[in-house]
Design a protein around this ligand. Structure first.
Ligand SMILES: Nc1ncnc2c1ncn2[C@@H]1O[C@H](COP(=O)(O)OP(=O)(O)O)[C@@H](O)[C@H]1O
Ligand SMILES: [Mg+2]
Length: 351
């Protein structure tokens, strides 16, 4: 196994027909880290992964494994493992043979192939299915074979491109835990691509949020959750209320903003001045029924486990997403409030 301390992407750029699919991605990945590349469809996640894997040549930039330049090497000389959304198993080979295939290609001694294959089968909990063909397995089991096939080669880096998107919701949850467990127990370094914000937050040590081929923010789940760098990241992190407003006052701590039929006090992200057009971002769970806030009329109430998810409209017709502990009725007039620390005010740059 070619091990390393740091994998460094330096201005990695890939163009298709004059348009940047990925623009100047710079990132240091440390050994043992689980990195998620997160963003909506078309933002450049697969492009980034394929550049790392060597399946796509770079248009500009470079990739380094410690002091060794990687981007000029063909995929097979990078020593990475890949898992795709489609499992791409050999349909005519058993689970065991699928997993052993890569080891056999490397002409390892037969006993070692057997030992490592057994170990990989055990790790992904397919002991009882080792002699079956892929067609006799469920989607989740097939994806486990694909994962075992990648990790059995002890790659220095595992690349996964939306590996769970073909599975149903319950299995996706199970496989999340499974992949994280494997990552830890094998001491892997993993780059995981997903458009699912919850998946990324729950699995990764650090997230890289992409939009239109550009990095928006790199940070831990906690950092992205509580301090999104801009309104696009906020949008992705579950700040469902994104309200166009105008700054009325700025103090050292807080920013006063007003919009149609509502005034709020929030916390500025970046330099703001009275009169600026801004976007106030609030998560539904931070907007609650309380005295002296924004007057709204309740429209829809949904039971969601411990809480009620409520949609309500201001007098000027702006829809707000909030939470309530007690069930209001559609048509009820209530007032909603938010802690100024949880109302993030972003510059309203053109999108
Ligand atoms: N082979 C290609 N030829 C032309 N355009 C491509 C190609 N692959 C990707 N793109 C474009 O690059 C952008 C990023 O694509 P991709 O990396 O696949 O996004 P994601 O994986 O985040 O959904 C998209 O606009 C896509 O249409
Ligand atoms: Mg993709």
């Amino acid at each position: 196994m070619s091990s390393f301390d740091t994998l460094r992407l330096d201005g990695v750029t890939r163009r298709f027909g004059g348009k940047d699919a990925l623009s100047g991605l710079s990132l240091e990945i440390h050994k043992g880290e689980f990195i998620a590349l997160l963003g909506p469809s078309g933002c450049g996640k697969s492009t980034a992964l394929n550049c790392l894997a060597g399946l796509l040549p770079l248009s500009a930039g470079s990739i380094w494994q410690d002091d060794r330049r990687l981007d000029t090497l063909p995929p097979e000389r990078r020593g990475f493992g890949m898992v795709f959304q489609s499992y791409a198993l050999f349909p005519h080979l058993s689970v065991r043979k699928n997993i052993a295939f890569g080891l056999q290609m490397r002409h390892l001694p037969r006993a070692e192939v057997r030992r490592r294959t057994d170990e990989a089968i055990r790790l992904v909990r397919l002991d009882e299915h080792a002699t079956k063909l892929p067609g006799q397995l469920s989607g989740g089991q097939q994806q486990r074979v694909a994962i075992a096939r990648a990790v059995v080669l002890e790659p220095s880096l595992v690349l996964m491109d939306e590996p769970l998107s073909n599975l149903d919701a319950k299995l996706r949850l199970e496989m999340r835990t499974e992949i994280r467990r494997l990552h830890q127990s094998l001491g892997l370094t993993t780059v995981y691509v997903t458009h699912d914000q919850e998946e990324a937050l729950s699995m990764a040590d650090r997230l890289v949020v992409l939009r239109d081929g550009r990095v928006q923010q790199v940070g831990t789940p906690e950092e992205l959750h509580t301090r999104p760098a801009n309104r696009h990241v906020a949008d992705f992190m579950g700040y469902r209320n994104l309200l166009p407003m105008r700054v009325t006052s700025v103090t050292r701590e807080h920013v006063g903003v007003e919009g149609p039929g509502m005034t709020l006090t929030g916390t500025g992200v970046g330099d703001l001045f009275p009169g600026d057009e801004v976007v106030a971002a609030i998560r539904p769970e931070d907007l609650v029924v309380g005295e002296g806030g924004v007057p709204v009329t309740v429209e829809v109430v949904e039971y969601q486990g411990r809480e009620l998810a409520v949609e309500a409209r201001t007098d000027q017709g702006i829809m707000l997403h909030l939470r309530a502990a007690e069930r209001p009725a559609p048509g009820d007039k209530v007032s909603v409030v938010a802690d100024p620390a949880r109302v993030l005010v972003f510059p309203g740059e053109p999108s």
